[in-house]
Write a protein that binds this ligand. Structure first.
Ligand code: NOJ
Length: 568
């Protein structure tokens, strides 16, 4: 078994000045409201991030991806944006943003901003204007308004469900007080979908891209990049007809779905690319696109966004065969398209991988893709959680990922080995998916609990006030100050791995080494850097070479189970 994918070589001596900096970058996702709170109001903020730049520098990441920081009522954790060209006053000001951006750049860290083009919030000026304006007005044309079905328009235009549960259409009251039209919202009802066939929307987003690029943003993470263009020609297919037409494994394979992954969406990204290329170095982008595997490459095209998230490892079990197949396929895809691969285990939408790997494999307890498969910890039996095993495997998986060619996306707290918080009281939950599913799915709050910086004290050092989501008593064990400088801690493992990765990372290629054991994956990178993972429970013989780093203590000449080692 041998795969070699040769692509551009990264200049590792001067990452900051390299226009290809993103190709093999390690990118750390910050969920701003839960990272660090500078003013004690319980909500993380921009100044809190600036204060932690030394921590980020020491961690050794190349870039920060900032989840939405825009003014928002937080109906969906900030993915409901009131104003695309401002900072939420609860989080700070544009000046604070400039200060943070300067501090990150000073530390050699790039800045990627989340952009949310599919929907605004219902508090956006545009939406307020649409509600106050008559049917058929230019203001309504910025969104997707339809008359309802039934005798008096009392039924939604179609029976589609929103991603968070409940109908994808919401009826409004017209300015004269009568029951009125319906607007489409793929997500929460506070997130009306924008009408991307309207030139005004397209132009306004180009303005937003320039606004942030002029303020030091080096790249963009594009939220639900695959949903923007829609074909809502009537009659609209029912959800049963749509699911019957869906013969692919994960989304439509032919671009015929009325709103997911239509071909025309790439016309938008071609225009965005022109804006990115106005800058030196060009601004970068990564698509969040949950699409059929055969269609992901379109988003990653150099004429489009340039990179797309690959959520395959995030959806896989801790299993050598699955990992081998996913890595091989994705590297081959990257070679074919000219994009670099992306890898990710955890983010703000899924159960933390240290917890997933501690649950029984298979059986639907792992986080899955959005499209109809549920992305949450649905019904996972807490008593079956093996915290120690989960962490051990997460460390092994992360070390393997950090040895792969391409970009590694890390989620805040995974460097602490943080576990999902499963037992948030219902009264404290915030995620709309919890409420709209009537509690069937517990939602995504468990991976968004504010970080523990200190073993003790108010909100474990997150801030001077009570954190906006409750932190459990055991959070202190994972605190930064409990791990800082402690040999073998998860934090020190990430620090060492990220440092070594920078030194060792060269061409975007790997070569599999035959191990003769189906539970052991071994590959070599250019220059002789090797990564070996024992996915099994039993120890195996350690291959020859100088040990650079291992995810768990080695046992003499043996590589223990659920462990990764780097060799040279
Ligand atoms: C994907 C984001 O990652 C998720 O958090 C959000 O709820 C949806 N898009 C809607 O914006």
């Amino acid at each position: 078994m041998s795969t070699t994918a040769t692509l551009a070589t990264l200049s590792d001596s001067n990452l900051a000045a390299d226009p290809n900096w993103w190709r093999q970058a390690s990118v750390y996702q910050i969920y701003p409201r839960s990272f660090s709170d500078s003013n004690g109001d319980g909500l993380g903020d921009i100044k809190g991030i600036t204060a932690k730049v030394p921590y980020l520098k020491e961690l050794g990441i190349d870039a920060v991806w900032l989840s939405p920081f825009y003014p928002s009522a937080l109906a969906d954790g900030g993915y409901d944006v009131d104003d695309y060209r401002n900072v939420d006053p609860k989080l700070g000001t544009l000046e604070d943003f400039a200060e943070m951006s300067a501090a990150l750049h000073e530390a050699g860290i790039k800045l990627i901003a989340d952009i949310v083009p599919n929907h605004s919030s219902d508090r956006h000026e545009w939406f307020k204007e649409a509600l106050a304006s008559p049917r058929g007005s230019a203001a309504r044309e910025r969104y997707i308004f339809r008359d309802g079905l039934g005798k008096n328009g009392e039924l939604p235009p179609s029976d589609w469900d929103s991603v968070f549960g409940g109908p994808a259409w919401e009826r409004i009251t017209e300015p004269d007080g009568t029951p009125g039209q319906w607007y489409m919202h793929i997500f929460a009802k506070e997130q009306p979908d924008l009408n991307w066939s309207n030139r005004e929307i397209r132009d306004d987003f180009l303005k937003t891209l320039r606004f942030w690029s002029d303020r030091g943003v080096d790249g963009f993470r594009v939220d639900v990049a695959h949903a923007l263009t829609k074909d809502l020609t009537e009659p609209l297919l029912s959800k049963v007809e749509l699911s019957e037409a869906n013969t692919g494994t994960d989304g439509f394979a032919d671009g015929s779905h009325p709103f997911w992954d239509r071909d025309e969406v790439h016309e938008i990204y071609a225009e965005w690319r022109e804006v990115f290329n106005e800058y030196n170095p060009p601004r970068t982008a990564v698509a969040e696109a949950w699409v059929h595997a055969t269609r992901r490459a379109r988003y990653a095209s150099p004429q489009g966004l340039g990179q797309a998230f690959n959520f395959d490892l995030l959806q896989a079990d801790f299993d050598a065969d699955e990992f081998h197949e996913i890595i091989t396929r994705n590297l081959a895809e990257a070679t074919a398209t000219g994009a670099s691969s992306t890898w990710v285990f955890s983010n703000h939408d899924v159960v933390r991988h240290a917890t997933r790997y501690g649950l029984p494999m298979g059986g639907g307890v792992h986080a899955k893709g959005q499209d109809g498969k549920g992305w949450l910890l649905a019904g996972a039996p807490a008593e079956e959680l093996d915290v120690e095993l989960g962490l051990r495997r997460a460390r092994a998986a992360s070390l393997l990922m950090l040895a792969l060619p391409g970009s590694a996306y890390l989620y805040q707290g995974e460097e602490l080995g943080l576990q999902e918080v499963a037992d948030i009281p219902d009264s404290e939950r915030q995620d709309p998916s919890f409420f709209r599913n009537k509690g069937v799915e517990i939602g995504r709050d468990g991976c968004r609990v504010p970080l523990p910086w200190a073993t003790e004290g108010t909100s474990f050092g997150f801030g001077a006030g009570r954190a906006h989501l409750p932190q459990p008593a055991w959070f202190g064990r994972y605190a930064v100050d409990a791990q800082d400088g402690v040999e073998g801690s998860t934090l020190e493992l990430y620090r060492k791995a990220l440092k070594l990765r920078r030194e060792l990372q060269t061409a975007e290629e790997l070569e599999w080494v035959e191990t003769g054991n189906p539970k052991v994956l071994q590959f070599t990178r250019h220059g002789g850097w090797q990564s070996v993972t024992n996915f099994g429970a039993e120890p195996v013989e350690l291959p020859a070479g100088e040990v650079l780093l291992s995810s768990a203590p080695l046992d003499g000449k043996l590589l223990p189970g659920n462990t990764t080692v780097w060799l040279r």
